[in-house]
Design a protein around this ligand. Structure first.
Ligand code: GLU
Length: 483
């Protein structure tokens, strides 16, 4: 059997991390089996679907490297097929029109609640006569289409992740609505459980790999496969991504869309790697840091976990920092430039060598690309000011004398280099007769306005190339002397 899988996002929001993780598992499975990965946009919810979300979803999948082989197919362009299939089921007597008003359905549920029963449709319109239907229509009622679900059916499948799963027909909520209300004999907007099956059959999907939140839909869909006379695919329900409290990760947990992670400066490689680990354990001997191609070579459902996976920011940050630390400096520079530009830092594209030196300076401390903005502020903004801690350092005894020594030596040095910078520092040590540590701390305070940051000498050399060091030292001296 040739493997054909699909990701079927609904464009009702940006590409969600859960959908992206499902896409990864489908992609890994397709690539592992030389199969086909199909992209289908499930946009039948006309009120909530937006073209910009479709765009965001496709960009996110591409960014993660999840290339699709077929599609995007949009369900709104396939209505004729759905209508035809609904008509077939109506003709076979497996689907019928139900005319209940919302008030009647509410009253039915209230009565069930009062009897301590689970809410369900009690199939009351399953056997209406043509006269009854005509009477309801004469009242102006618009029918929905319901698919018959027999209470005494048992539905079982061998789930790729969870093993045998069994449902009873009576637990599926009664005859299921497959199309919204429409006038008389028209067919209204078809709904998810129906169109998903029609499409999966039509696109010859062999394995349905999706989140565990869909497990309750699967028995209903299996009944629809049978009704349509189609061969059943295999199903695999992957564990959900949970927040730290153990609940399903949702918008309330803050960042949940792939484009937000991208904006924060996570690399696509780290996100894809991390999401694969959220639910799949690499085989013995395989490192935890891997490309999706490496994961695909080793992927199989026997190593997909059943339990939900907690989203762990520390782990993701660690992975991302690993990718950033080993990225070639020119590539990392290219990735950082948009962040500096977005922060309105004045960049001189001609000054590529300065930018690459700066990147090399920051690289070992970067966790996310976005971090570079705050970390390099003192190298771009002339007047960064001084933190309280830095000001306290500069007001210490002897610091003004040390700074004067340094300024004099610097003014006498035509260009500061790695070779002569230590002499300039020594001039400060000598002038104030203090330990080198005092001079270094004072220099950090003076040059960067802060007591913490990347390597000081390298920072100074970068500042010097842009003639930003002398004015800062003079400003620090003024502060140090109490003016
Ligand atoms: N449109 C559905 C979703 O986004 C697809 C579910 C499925 O894979 O069947 O959840």
């Amino acid at each position: 059997m040739s493997v054909r899988v699909r990701i079927a996002p609904s464009p009702t929001g940006k590409l969600h991390i859960g959908t992206a993780r499902t896409a990864i598992f489908n992609w890994l499975f397709a690539r592992h089996n030389n199969g086909t990965f199909v992209l289908r946009i499930e946009d039948t919810d006309l009120e909530r679907s937006r073209p910009e979300h479709t765009q965001n979803i496709m960009e996110g999948l591409s960014w993660l490297g999840l290339t699709w082989d077929e599609g995007p197919f949009c369900q709104t362009q396939r209505m004729e097929l759905y209508h035809q299939k609904i008509q077939d089921l109506l003709d076979k007597g497996l689907v019928y029109r139900a005319y209940d008003t919302p008030e009647e359905l509410d009253a039915m549920r209230e009565a069930q609640k009062a009897r301590n029963e689970a809410p369900r449709y009690d199939n009351r319109h399953r056997h209406l006569t043509p006269e009854q239907c005509a009477a309801f229509e004469a009242e102006g009622r618009k029918p929905v289409l319901r698919f018959k679900i027999e209470d005494d059916r048992e539905i079982s499948w061998n789930d790729l992740v969870r093993g045998t799963v069994t449902w009873k027909g009576r637990d599926l909520g009664g005859d299921m609505v497959i199309a919204r209300a429409a006038e008389g004999s028209n067919i209204g907007q078809p709904l998810y459980n129906f169109v998903v099956v029609v499409d999966d059959v039509d696109m010859q999907i062999s394995h349905i790999i999706r989140g565990e939140d869909h497990i309750g839909n699967t028995p209903k869909q299996i009944l629809l496969y049978e009704a349509l006379g189609a061969t059943l695919p295999l199903f695999g329900h992957t564990p959900l991504i949970l927040n730290t409290a153990g609940a399903k990760l949702s918008k309330r947990d803050g960042v949940t869309s792939i484009s937000d992670f991208q904006q924060m400066g996570y690399t696509a490689e780290a996100i894809a790697n991390y999401m694969t680990l959220l639910g799949w354990s690499p085989p013995e001997g395989m490192a935890e840091i891997f490309s999706i191609e490496e994961a695909a070579a080793n992927f199989g459902f026997e190593r997909v976990n059943k339990a939900g996976a907690k989203f762990d920011w520390d782990k993701l940050n660690w992975l991302n920092s690993q990718y950033l630390h080993k990225m070639p400096i020119d590539q990392l520079t290219d990735r950082l430039v948009p962040y500096w530009q977005a922060a309105d830092y004045a960049l001189d594209p001609q000054d590529r060598s300065w930018l690459e030196q700066l990147t090399a300076l920051l690289a070992p401390s970067l966790v996310r690309l976005e971090d570079a903005v705050a970390m390099s502020k003192y190298l771009f903004i002339a007047d960064v000011g001084f933190t309280e801690e830095a000001a306290t350092q500069l007001r210490q005894d002897n610091v003004a004398t040390a700074l004067k020594g340094i300024i004099a030596a610097l003014e006498a040095t035509p260009s500061l280099t790695e070779g002569n910078v230590q002499e300039v520092i020594q001039a400060g040590v000598k002038a104030a007769s203090v330990k080198k540590g005092v001079v270094m701390r004072s220099l950090r305070a003076a040059l960067t306005g802060d007591m913490h940051g990347p390597d000081l000498v390298q920072s100074w050399l970068l500042l010097n190339q842009h003639q930003m060091d002398l004015p800062r030292l003079k400003q620090a001296l003024a502060l140090s002397m109490g003016s």
